[in-house]
Design a protein around this ligand. Structure first.
Ligand SMILES: N[C@@H](CCC(=O)N[C@@H](CS)C(=O)NCC(=O)O)C(=O)O
Length: 238
């Protein structure tokens, strides 16, 4: 039987890539990670990435390469084809529940974008706008959460692998600026995020110095090809 190989095309700081990296780690699937600089995209990447975005999952079998794109789609594929760790499926079998999980994952992308814009805010008006959007999205998750420790109670699902990167970054922002009260109305989401960032699969899903790189990015030092002003969070980091 032929063997498939998997390569995750990544950018070190990308939370969308991290969603798939967490799923790969949790599922115990052998893979390589190939990093690119998103501020200087290589030609080979532009040729195969329809949106010009990471992640891509390059799937090789019998000399043929298939390029999967979009983190939520990659995660569903990984869930369906792999279970080296014998932990079972991360998507529910009931179609309605599965649909709901897909919907929450899509909403998780909105939370990611709100949190990203918050992290990059350079004046008070932008800060307040994106803080409000972030807190609104967190409140939706608060209302949807069960008893924990995962979104769907005791079982890890693709919602958790998709949301962990967003929550990890918001916890880093909270540590930089506690008085902002990012999570002040959403204690269940806060506990959920804390639980997720402690998982081995999440810890192994990034470069080891991801926190330092995240802070450097806020400070405007994210890439040798960029020279930007620090965000308000970056200024707090010093
Ligand atoms: N919907 C996409 C979003 C991926 C995404 O926005 N990736 C960012 C990096 S975190 C990217 O590649 N941006 C490059 C660009 O927009 O030019 C997914 O879930 O995979």
């Amino acid at each position: 039987m032929s063997k498939r190989t998997h390569t995750l095309v990544s950018f070190d700081l990308c939370p969308f890539v991290q969603r798939s990296a967490i799923t790969l780690q949790h599922k115990g699937l052998a893979h390589e990670t190939r990093y690119i600089d998103l501020f200087d995209k290589p030609e080979w990447f532009l040729a195969i990435s329809p949106f010009g975005k990471v992640p891509l999952l390059l799937v090789e079998e019998d000399g043929e390469q298939t390029v999967l794109f979009e983190s939520a789609v990659i995660n569903e594929y990984l869930d369906e084809v792999s279970d080296e760790a014998g932990l079972g499926r991360l998507h529910p079998s009931d179609p309605l529940t599965r649909g709901l999980h897909r919907a929450w994952i899509e909403y998780g992308s909105a939370l990611l974008m709100a949190g990203y814009q918050l992290s990059m805010a350079k004046d008070d008006e932008a800060l307040q706008t994106h803080l409000a959007a972030t807190r609104t999205a967190l409140a939706r998750f608060e209302a949807g959460l069960g008893d924990g420790p995962f979104f769907a109670d005791k079982t890890l699902s693709l919602i958790d692998t998709a949301l962990a990167p967003a929550l990890q970054r918001l916890l880093w922002l909270e540590a930089l600026w506690p008085e902002l009260g990012i999570f002040s109305d959403t204690p269940k989401v806060h506990a959920w995020g804390k639980h997720l960032v402690g998982l081995a699969a999440v810890k192994k899903s990034t470069v080891p110095d991801i926190h330092d790189r995240f802070v450097a990015y806020l400070q405007g030092k994210g890439s040798p090809t960029r020279d930007v002003a620090p965000s308000l969070f970056g200024q707090r980091a010093g």
